[in-house]
Ligand binder design. Structure first.
Ligand code: SF4
Ligand code: SF4
Ligand code: FES
Length: 762
């Protein structure tokens, strides 16, 4: 646990009110304690003072000149006036300067109604300009990159965006160019502004200079209806506002007070991947496959058919896969109904991840900031749990040492030092000498590595453990009992079959009914051909989905589901926090879509299963169930129903390693046209030695073959640091599934083509 430091308090009097705050507190923060707002542009709580804009001027008794409140620590006995005539005069003068060249195009500006320049000009400015000359005008609507537009003439040069890119993400793409009245924001290289957190700058920008392409000119703030919910697109669960207008999601915003989960940021996936709600390709009614074609049917018929298939089969021939997209309550109900019918073949694990609950070492996201070292095992959280990666970066900047084990494919958080460890022993050896608290961040894939590290750490070191999930509510599904070995709250149950055993049964013709909820194993299950055969050979496959995914296309019955903004409930994030899921206001789901809770309840009625009581699904009970079990740890044998560590491939040239990308995914991203530019191309990353051996370089296109299977047109990226014999693929691309060659395939590069794919494909 982080050390307890004794804090000395000082007392400051602000506008006649005495307030005691820790020594060193900035005046602007001390004022917040008494709900006194001091205007700021460049200052931001998460980035500290910059002292650039001078709008925060205050009068401090005993000081001859006005002082900036954002960079002045309070001292004992200090007497401050934030609203005196002198302070107001100072702000008026500062504002006058800002408005000399500002276009004041408030009637068309997207920030109108929530602009700090507009607000402060009203509060402190003067009515008319004393400048007779025409304003200098700069370009409008400058395309800064795939997500952001810049109106150069609105910029007040506060540099918050530049500092965000430096302090928070480390990307350092944005810079301030030119001087004086010609100051503009641009990327240092002139390339498009592009990383995974760009949308945050639109919120940080105090004026309407930076806007999101997806929201620009869509609404005025007072026309929006707002709900607060949790993002469900990954296992972090950032808190966010969902703003709807005319029944469409207009935008999402971060929640400023969300220090504990998101630290007030959102990644671009969580922020922008909302267009699919209004997408024309939602499934709008139940579909039943007859003679190989889907035909629409009513819900009554669909539920009857489903129940009949379950009742006709032996419970051991019935299976359920999925749950990571569902709420806690839905996952609970799902296992409740099937277990009540004697079905024990239940598993949330549809992909590579084997475990979601860290067990007795579980830690909070906030606590991650105070550790002495962070060991990342397997895939970096950058693409699986992006906002967590920002927290890791923050911890490292505060002094934590970052060590990676078996984490070859992804770079560490930008701009922070990272030690590579080849083995667990290496990682232990790399720990700082006096480390007392170590965080382990595991991708949940290779159980042996996670367990070996926990076992090898000296007992005097406190361990905080986190598993980054492949699905938003993987941990919730596990805690609610969507697991072949556990019921709700990790209670022991009569063991059933895990995903791998169910798929083996299906391929052997022994599984009669398979219900898949919020999962797309056709794309994510490590062995693509095996899941393809399993789906084809199971007589009755039911899929609850929003879109016709590869799995849904293989189903017998497809059930139209509501998305996260269309329903209520809770999820459990990777740190074990039970978070609220609230429906957006007046967002209309497709008419015939049901929440998974509604459809499972409908099934229960037809199966003659009594629903759990209200009390059983109460938030307090869910929270209790989601508590990390004290008797488990990483890689615990109790979770060992999975296939375990991938076996090194033999007999081929390259071992395939699959990694995540936040903008890949056959779930929602593929159904949001606005994000097409962000979707990664199918690529294969190779180390320098292999690239040389195959005669390829970055930008070439190749096929990848294993046995009689081939993946076509993969863009080559040579990453010098990748070891020999490894090829890294992006998982979850709907048109190019990385599981196409089978699990643990040993593949070889074939059919090398030089030049652009467009030429190759033409
Ligand atoms: S674009 Fe916005 S955030 Fe960036 S410097 Fe200008 S006003 Fe500040
Ligand atoms: S980090 Fe995860 S939870 Fe947070 S905004 Fe991004 S996708 Fe959503
Ligand atoms: S907020 Fe104080 S100088 Fe900018």
């Amino acid at each position: 646990m982080p050390e307890q430091v004794k804090v000395e308090n000082v007392t400051v009097t602000i506008d006649g009110v005495a307030v005691a705050v820790p020594k060193g507190t900035l005046l602007v923060e001390a004022a917040k304690q008494i709900r006194r707002e001091i205007p700021v542009y460049c200052y931001h709580t998460k980035m500290g003072p910059a002292g650039l804009c001078r709008i925060c001027l205050v009068e401090i008794e005993g000081m001859p000149k006005l002082q900036i409140a954002c960079n002045t620590p309070v001292t004992d006995g200090m007497i401050v006036h934030t609203e005196s005539g002198k302070a107001a005069d100072g702000r008026r003068a500062v504002l006058e300067l800002y408005l000399v060249n500002h276009p004041l195009d408030c009637p068309i500006c997207d920030k109108g109604g929530e602009c700090d320049l507009q607000d402060y000009a009203m509060a402190y400015g003067q009515g008319a300009s004393r400048v007779a000359d025409a304003k200098a005008s700069k370009p409008k609507a400058v395309d800064l990159g795939p997500t952001i537009v810049l109106d150069e003439e609105r910029c007040v040069v506060c540099q918050r965006c530049v500092r965000f890119d430096d302090i928070i993400t480390g990307d350092q793409q944005l810079v301030l160019k030119d001087r004086g009245v010609r100051n503009i924001i641009a990327t240092a290289t002139g390339d498009p502004y592009h990383h995974d957190f760009t949308g945050n700058v639109t919120e940080l920008c105090p004026v309407g200079a930076l806007t999101s392409k997806t929201y620009r000119f869509k609404s005025r703030p007072w026309d929006l209806k707002r709900a607060q919910t949790s993002c469900t697109q990954c296992s972090v669960g950032c808190q966010q506002f969902v703003d709807t207008r005319a029944d469409v999601v207009a935008r999402t915003m971060s929640v400023e007070t969300d220090d504990a989960i998101s630290d007030t940021w959102l990644c671009d996936r969580g922020r922008y991947n909302v267009g699919f709600y209004a997408g024309g390709d939602r499934i709008t009614q139940p579909l039943y496959k007859q003679d190989g074609e889907f035909v629409p049917i009513g819900w009554d018929d669909a539920l009857e058919l489903w129940a009949k298939a379950i009742l006709a089969a032996d419970p051991s021939a019935v299976g359920v896969i999925g749950g990571g997209r569902l709420t806690n309550e839905e996952a609970y109900l799902l296992q409740h109904v099937f277990r009540a019918k004697g079905v024990g073949n239940l598993d949330w694990r549809a992909g590579r991840q084997q475990q979601a609950t860290p067990g007795r070492n579980g830690g909070s996201l906030l606590a991650l900031e105070g550790v002495n070292a962070i060991v990342v095992i397997g895939e970096s959280p950058a693409q699986r749990a992006p906002v967590m990666d920002l927290r890791i970066r923050k911890a490292v900047k505060r002094g934590a040492k970052l060590i990676r084990v078996n984490s070859l494919e992804i770079a560490p958080p930008i701009g922070v030092a990272c030690s590579e460890a080849a083995s667990i022993a290496d990682a232990i050896g790399a720990l700082p000498k006096n480390a007392r608290t170590v965080a382990i961040v595991w991708d949940g894939v290779d159980r042996s590595l996670g367990k070996a590290l926990v076992d090898a750490l000296p007992p005097e070191i406190a361990v905080l453990a986190y598993v980054t999930g492949e699905q938003g509510n993987a941990r919730g599904a596990e805690a609610m009992g969507m697991h072949p070995s556990f019921g709700p709250g990790y209670a022991g149950v009569q063991s059933g079959k895990d995903t791998h055993a169910m798929i083996a049964d299906a391929r052997a013709g022994k599984l009669r009914v398979l219900s898949i909820f919020g999962a797309n194993p056709a794309l994510h299950y490590p062995d693509g051909p095996a899941i393809g055969q399993a789906l084809a050979k199971t007589p009755f496959v039911v899929v609850s989905e929003l879109f016709m995914t590869a799995t849904a296309k293989a189903a017998t019955l497809v059930l139209p589901a509501k998305g996260a903004y269309e329903k209520n409930g809770t999820t459990t994030n990777l740190a074990g926090d039970v978070l609220p899921v609230n429906a957006a206001q007046e967002l209309r789901a497709p008419d015939d879509a049901l929440s998974d809770l509604e459809m499972i309840a409908g099934l229960a009625a037809r199966l003659g299963v009594a629903l759990p009581s209200h009390e059983e699904l109460d938030a307090a009970v869910i929270t209790h169930l989601a508590r990390s079990p004290e008797h488990f740890t990483f890689g615990d044998a109790a979770f060992a129903t999975g296939r375990g560590a991938p076996h090194p491939a033999t007999g081929g040239d390259l071992r395939l390693v699959v990694h995540s990308s936040i903008f890949a995914g056959g779930g929602t991203i593929a159904h949001d046209d606005r994000l097409a530019e962000l979707e990664p191309l199918p690529e294969v990353a190779l180390g320098a030695a292999d690239a040389q051996a195959f005669g390829v370089e970055t930008g070439d296109y190749v096929d990848l073959a294993s046995g009689d299977r081939t993946m076509h047109d993969l863009l080559v990226e040579v990453r010098p640091n990748l070891p020999r014999g490894v090829a890294v693929l992006i998982g979850g691309l709907p048109d190019d599934p990385a599981n196409a060659l089978g699990a643990d395939a040993a593949a070889t590069i074939t059919n090398v083509r030089k030049g652009a794919l467009t030429e190759v494909r033409a």
